[in-house]
Design a protein around this ligand. Structure first.
Ligand code: PHE
Length: 341
């Protein structure tokens, strides 16, 4: 048996499969039920006792080298195959890769930012988790004031002073605390409200808010700035309408409507037959807000405005279900293409 094993060891070492079929033949010859290795094991009991140890060891070694040879050959054949494929495929077009598109909310947010940047507004950012002062108190929402109910949010149980911001007006406060007028900023960002999710409401959405504080800033300047924005965003035919409203941090305050771009102002079910759609809140910064930020309201005045990015996207793309903007369904997202980056 010793000689037989030695002979097989030589054969195994010399073996080099050219094809997978060769390799399979080799495997069957040595390892199948009736192959060489099981047969040698079957005859093992006939080996004289004093040779059992040595023969057993070489038999095991043979079995291992067969297995090793098979694995080695298989790998060599598969990489060789790949190499061949690569070479013969050189003339084919490259594999297709999905490049991705911008999210519609990002596309619209970038457009809003770029319109205001061209009018001299700088972009400002602040934290999503805010303290009571920046989100409410400095903005003239006294504690217990019912206006806080309009913007219920998510509080942090460990620290009752902290909450997820309900608007990016908190960024305006942070900027007014640290800079002297003239201040001309827009604050894009994610905001949070305690709302049940539906086609028209979501607990997370995006805003762009704006602030301009300087000497002699007037309501007329605010109106002209917003007219300019609307015409750039929706086209030169777009008109605006201001309706008196209430916000704790502006006085006077207004809601701004834009003429419906679906029926062109004639009246349809989207604009509920009014010809106009509400897109933002705005007004003159309340003197109390300026005071809370150490800006003298007798010297300076300012205007502020704020809009929901999803709302603008809904009008622009005429996709009226807010939930679609958060589900990240590629069939929806792949339909939007941005020409500006
Ligand atoms: N902060 C307001 C909101 O979230 C929007 C707004 C901003 C209104 C500035 C007036 C002035 O609803």
């Amino acid at each position: 048996m010793k000689e037989k094993i030695e002979e097989y060891v030589r054969q195994v070492e010399a073996f080099n499969a050219q094809t997978l079929e060769d390799l399979e033949g080799f495997r069957i010859r040595f390892l199948s039920k009736k192959g060489i290795i099981p047969e040698l094991f079957a005859h093992f009991k006939e080996v004289p006792t004093d040779q059992k140890k040595e023969t057993g060891q070489s038999l095991n070694a043979l079995k291992q080298s067969v297995q090793h040879r098979i694995a080695e050959n298989r790998e060599a054949l598969s990489t060789a195959g790949e190499g061949e494929k690569e070479q013969s495929d050189l003339s084919l077009p490259a594999d297709w890769h999905y490049q991705g598109t911008r999210h519609p909310v990002s596309i619209v947010k970038n457009q809003i930012n770029s319109i205001f940047k061209r009018m001299g507004f700088q972009i400002a950012e602040g934290p999503e988790m805010e303290d009571d002062f920046h989100n409410f108190s400095a903005l003239n929402f006294p504690p217990e004031h019912p206006a806080r109910d309009m913007q219920d949010t998510f509080f942090v149980s460990k620290d009752p002073d902290m909450a997820l911001r309900t608007h990016t007006s908190s960024v305006q406060v942070r900027i007014m605390e640290t800079r002297k007028p003239p201040i001309r900023i827009i604050a894009p960002g994610r905001v949070f409200r305690n709302e049940a999710i539906s086609a028209r409401a979501h607990c997370i959405f995006h805003q762009v808010e704006g602030l301009y504080v300087d000497k002699n800033v007037s309501f007329a300047q605010m109106k002209q700035t917003l007219v300019q924005f609307v015409k750039e965003m929706f086209g030169p035919q777009a008109k605006i309408r201001l309706r008196p409203s209430y916000f704790p941090f502006t006085e006077p305050s207004a809601e701004m409507d834009v003429s419906c771009n679906i029926c062109k102002g004639k009246g349809c079910n989207v604009c509920k037959y009014t010809g106009f759609l509400e897109i933002m809140g705005c007004g003159m910064v309340d003197p109390n807000v300026l005071k809370a930020c150490d800006i003298d309201p007798d010297t300076y005045t300012g205007f502020a405005f704020g809009m929901g990015v999803e709302r603008i996207a809904m009008l622009k793309y005429q996709v009226n279900d807010l939930r679609l903007y958060f589900e990240n369904d590629l069939r929806f997202l792949q339909q939007f293409h941005s020409s500006m980056d």
